[in-house]
Design a protein around this ligand. Structure first.
Ligand SMILES: C[S@@+](CC[C@H](N)C(=O)[O-])C[C@H]1O[C@@H](n2cnc3c(N)ncnc32)[C@H](O)[C@@H]1O
Length: 230
């Protein structure tokens, strides 16, 4: 697929601080609860690399991958500790990375993918995780992503956007802080529950992002998953 993030990689150094403020603390509390205190970690769809860097600052030997070469170039130029892979490098390296990681994370990637790419991603996450290791996947919250404004983004209504909670629809969103615009998909919560089940992933826990001092609904939701065999 043509990855629009190659172009976006040069438009800002990260998505925005608000995303980190509402989401990162929740993710790290899940990591603390489900992952060993140190070990190996992999961040899938790492974007500008800031979360992979934050994980490595917590003491994990961190590796990361993004499908957009432009993103990986930005990540490599900003952070030296995690090891970042381009798509070509990742595909080549995957067999040697199998079963290597005590913690696998992926933030805000699953909800931007077409269904066939979601299947590839979830199978790759399973390959990367050690037996029983937590796989923490966050995505745009299906329970709020059909509303027009969130803490982090504005979601654009147009004549083609006819949101119905129980139907899939594609929409554009604009990040408040830096004006970056990108495409996302809404699918109902039950879609993701069935998707994880189809891939043999058990849901251990769920957390929603902070709403800070606003009356907004949480922008994001995070799932702690593990392979059923684990
Ligand atoms: C919304 S950004 C999230 C970036 C980062 N995880 C974060 O939280 O800041 C989505 C990222 O997913 C990447 N991406 C898109 N399709 C992908 C795929 N099939 N496999 C891995 N990464 C992908 C994009 O290049 C982009 O960097």
């Amino acid at each position: 697929m043509a990855n629009e993030w190659n172009t976006l990689s040069k438009k800002a150094p990260k998505i925005q601080d608000a995303k980190n403020r509402v989401l990162n603390e929740k993710l790290f509390s899940l990591i603390k609860k489900y992952a060993p205190k140190s070990g190996t970690a992999f961040d899938y769809g790492c974007g500008w690399g800031e979360f992979a860097d934050a994980v490595s600052q917590k003491g994990y030997a961190t590796e990361a991958f993004d499908e957009a070469d432009g993103m990986v170039a930005q990540a490599k130029s900003q952070y030296t500790k995690p090891r970042f892979y381009t798509n070509t490098e990742f595909v080549k390296k995957l067999p040697t990375l199998a079963g290597k990681f005590d913690l696998v994370t992926s933030n805000l990637v699953l909800c931007i993918l077409k269904k066939k790419d979601q299947d590839v991603m979830l199978e790759n996450l399973k390959i990367l995780a050690k037996d029983g290791a937590p796989i923490i996947v966050s995505l745009c919250n299906p329970c709020s992503d059909y509303l027009t404004v969130g803490i982090v983004t504005k979601r654009i209504r147009s004549h083609v956007w006819n949101p119905k909670y129980d139907k899939e629809f594609k929409y554009k969103k604009i990040v408040h802080e830096n004006g970056i615009e990108f495409t996302d998909y809404h699918r109902p919560l039950s879609y993701y529950i069935q998707l994880f089940k189809k891939h043999g992933l058990q849901i251990l826990d769920i957390a929603e992002s902070e709403v800070l001092d606003t009356q907004a609904h949480p922008d994001f939701i995070a799932f702690v998953l593990k392979t059923k065999e684990g």
